[in-house]
Design a protein around this ligand. Structure first.
Ligand SMILES: Nc1nc2c(c(=O)[nH]1)N[C@H]1C(S)=C(S)[C@@H](COP(=O)(O)O)O[C@H]1N2
Ligand SMILES: [Mo]
Length: 282
């Protein structure tokens, strides 16, 4: 894996978008659906630490410093470890994963992410038999995140998965999109992508992954427990208290389309929830 043009990232204040990633392979999990244009993917963002309007993260995250980076992996594991960016990029062979991505707000997109299975982290850390859940935490700095006061949610942003969800081959850590390192506004340098769940589960700019026995708290559930549950699988049959989730609008398209259960990834993930009542435990 090579970072071509890596020097550009050393020029202070320069956005790192445009630095090419090379040596990644294609994945059988990719969709052939029309990809949402790069421009839309990188200027229509939810990253509340950098502002709550969709166009703010691209502006306010421009100077966000993502190198050096430290990702701490610990908790109920045999091998706790702290990884720098170079080691993160070398955790596993990089793949392109072209996934549908559905935000709970009712819009969706198709993004060619570059990353590797989250299971690479599980293999590295070797969780003990006590580990039932994985907790994720985003970077947080008042100084680097000038709009943090307006976020309206507790920070740092936190998320979580059940162990078997984390081990599912569709769950990835993304380090790039459209063949380039992740733009800061999309969660550089490393973020989670769980394409069968609403977008808010796909936590950005991760600094800590902790394996634990208990179900971890999650940011939107803390802010609004009535609206957002731990699982938050895409489900057209479970309405948001304030709007229907039956349909969605692809960015750039006019007409709405039907939302698919598990965002269309049921074949890969439905068995994770066998025996659960997804209308109650959402
Ligand atoms: N740290 C952090 N992660 C986050 C968010 C956030 O505000 N902060 N927003 C979430 C939401 S609601 C969505 S829809 C996706 C948006 O990802 P994108 O901007 O790359 O499309 O990031 C998720 N991850
Ligand atoms: Mo979202």
């Amino acid at each position: 894996m090579l970072l071509a043009g890596g020097l550009a990232s050393l020029i202070p204040g320069r956005a790192k978008a445009g630095v090419k990633l090379t040596g990644y392979s294609k994945s059988a999990f990719s969709t052939s659906e029309k990809q949402t244009p790069y421009e839309a993917v990188t200027t229509y963002n939810n990253f509340y630490e950098f502002g709550t309007n969709k166009d703010e993260p691209a502006v306010h995250a421009r100077d966000f410093k993502t190198n050096p980076w430290a990702l701490r992996i610990d908790g109920e594991v045999a091998k706790p470890v702290t990884l720098d960016l170079d080691r993160i990029l070398k955790l596993a062979p990089l793949e392109e994963r072209i996934y549908r991505f559905r935000c709970v707000e009712g819009w969706s997109m198709v993004v060619p992410w570059i990353g590797f299975p989250l299971s690479a982290v599980i293999n590295l850390a070797a969780p003990t038999s006590k580990a039932k859940f994985v907790a994720f935490e985003s970077y947080f700095s008042e100084k680097q995140m000038p709009r943090w006061r307006y976020a309206g949610i507790p920070l740092p942003y936190v998320e979580g998965l059940r162990m078997d969800e984390a081990a599912n081959p569709l769950a990835i850590l993304a380090v790039g999109l459209y063949g380039e390192v992740l733009p800061n506004q999309n969660g550089a340098p490393v973020r989670l992508i769980v394409p069968w769940k609403y977008g808010f589960k796909s936590i950005k700019s991760i600094v800590r992954i902790r394996f634990q026995e208990r179900m971890p708290p999650t940011t939107w559930n803390i802010s609004n427990p009535r609206e957002y549950g731990f699982y938050s699988n895409v489900n057209p049959e479970v309405d948001h208290p304030r709007w229907s989730q039956a349909k969605e609008r692809r960015l750039g398209e006019f007409f709405k389309r039907d939302t698919l259960k598990f965002n269309g990834y049921g074949e890969q993930v439905a068995q994770l929830y066998a025996g659960m009542n997804l209308k109650r435990d959402y």
